[in-house]
Design a protein around this ligand. Structure first.
Ligand SMILES: [Zn+2]
Length: 136
């Protein structure tokens, strides 16, 4: 995370999960991360919007394109990089079970068999894209 006041970039990763929420300090609903800059003490807030994701299809993957998996709003501190962790699931578009998946290993995540469907996730890459949405 980078401080939007002094520019300091934290050395330690910040973990954010949809299932872990905090009350917004101004009473405006909830947020998923609240932390202060270690240098200037500016308060940073971040909120996740998981409903903005699209399924990752084979066609998109083959083209080397990206699929949006999460939208977020922030103020005070801005994310400069991201990586996946645990807590994700693979869900086939043709039906079947949800398979827990750890995306922390970006090279090879696993193969899954679900009835007649075989699928895998590997070489996971991420990028941050700014939108013009208002901040928190
Ligand atoms: Zn700062």
């Amino acid at each position: 995370m980078k401080c939007m006041n002094c520019g300091y970039v934290t050395q330690k990763d910040s973990c954010v999960m949809v299932s872990e929420t905090l009350d917004h300090p101004s009473g405006k609903g909830f947020i998923n991360l609240m932390q202060k800059c270690q240098i200037c003490s500016r308060l940073g807030l971040l909120k996740l919007f998981p409903g903005c994701s699209l399924p990752l299809s084979r066609e998109v993957s083959v083209l080397g394109d990206f699929t949006p998996v999460m939208e977020m709003e922030y103020e005070g501190l801005e994310p400069v990089d991201l990586s996946f962790g645990h807590g994700w699931v693979v869900n086939s578009l043709v039906g079947g079970k949800l398979h827990p998946i750890n995306l922390a290993n970006e090279r090879e995540v696993g193969f899954y068999f679900d009835g007649q469907v075989e699928y895998s996730v590997s070489n996971v890459q991420t990028k941050l894209v700014r939108s013009k949405r208002n901040s928190l």
